[in-house]
Unconditional design. Structure first.
Ligand SMILES: [Mn+2]
Length: 284
């Protein structure tokens, strides 16, 4: 059965009418610790069935923008380079048809394809990158496209602003500073409650947002492959997103790295609600 985001299935959810298009990318090949990110996108879609469609912060029924859900991309056996190309082509196709792409991971490498597609049109693109990890390794476990290298690949395309980061290797520490990456550490964010002002200063007008769910604290988001203590809370992340999205043109976003734990529904629902809230901030 094909899953539809929000459990809604009416004329608003047709590709033609929808403003936003959800692209599930079930991919988990380069994950290094706990496996299972290839199951993330379907878990988000299933959980989204249970969303309250009215949003009490925005005071709107966000689904009325029209949210279409595509069939999951068939990429899970592919090498990361191949998968990235499939994602790039699909996201570019969504964009060409004047729809707003929302990519559901899958592991973080899917972001490279999405950003490549967006860069074809938006020359001044910048990337807002929420993650516990710096992801700036040049190579990991023999691959330049491992999920630990994603930000390093992205800065070869466009400037990256990392937020919420709190785990890095000596190699990554030595690599910094670099002109194409700005880092707002989790520790800095705790000292400066209006951290989003720094983020906005660094971003260009056209922004792609990538949310690795491990940016959240493992107490509310245990269902990730590489959990890291001391992460963001739900309201902190939402508040930052709302303020940043209000000031920038968001061209697309992704939510990645959900690695569902059997019978633990709260993290899956949290991910689905995050996607829905972000759509509300962008469109409502
Ligand atoms: Mn991460």
């Amino acid at each position: 059965m094909k899953l539809s985001f929000g459990g809604v299935d009416n004329d608003l959810t047709s590709f033609k009418k929808a403003k936003a298009v959800i692209l599930p990318v079930p991919y988990g090949k380069t994950v290094t610790y706990r496996k299972g990110t290839e199951k993330g996108s379907s878990a988000i879609l299933k959980a989204s069935d249970n969303l309250e469609l009215f949003d009490g912060e925005i005071n709107k029924e966000i689904y009325k923008i029209g949210i279409n859900t595509l069939s999951p991309l068939k990429v899970n056996g592919l090498k990361p380079e191949k998968m990235i190309k499939v994602v790039e082509d699909k996201v570019f196709d969504i964009f060409k048809k004047k729809k707003f792409p929302v990519i559901l991971g899958g592991e973080h490498s899917v972001t490279i394809g999405a950003v490549r597609a967006m860069k074809k049109h938006y020359k001044d693109l910048s990337i807002l990158y929420f993650d516990a990890h710096y992801d700036l390794r040049d190579k990991h476990k023999g691959s330049r496209y491992n999920h630990a290298c994603v930000a390093r690949r992205l800065i070869e395309i466009s400037p990256v602003i990392e937020a919420g980061v709190r785990s890095l290797s000596k190699e990554e520490f030595d690599f910094l500073p670099d002109k194409n990456v700005k880092v707002i550490k989790m520790l800095d964010m705790m000292k400066r409650p209006d951290w989003e002002k720094d983020v906005k200063k660094y971003l260009s007008k056209n922004v792609y947002i990538s949310v690795d769910l491990d940016v959240l604290d493992p107490s509310i988001m245990p269902s990730v492959g590489t959990p890291e203590p001391g992460g963001m809370g739900w309201y902190g992340l939402l508040r930052g997103l709302r303020k940043i999205i209000a000031d920038k043109k968001i061209v697309g976003f992704d939510v990645v790295e959900l690695s569902p734990i059997k019978d633990m529904i709260s993290p899956d629902f949290t991910a689905a609600k995050l996607v829905y809230k972000m759509l509300g901030y962008v469109f409502c």
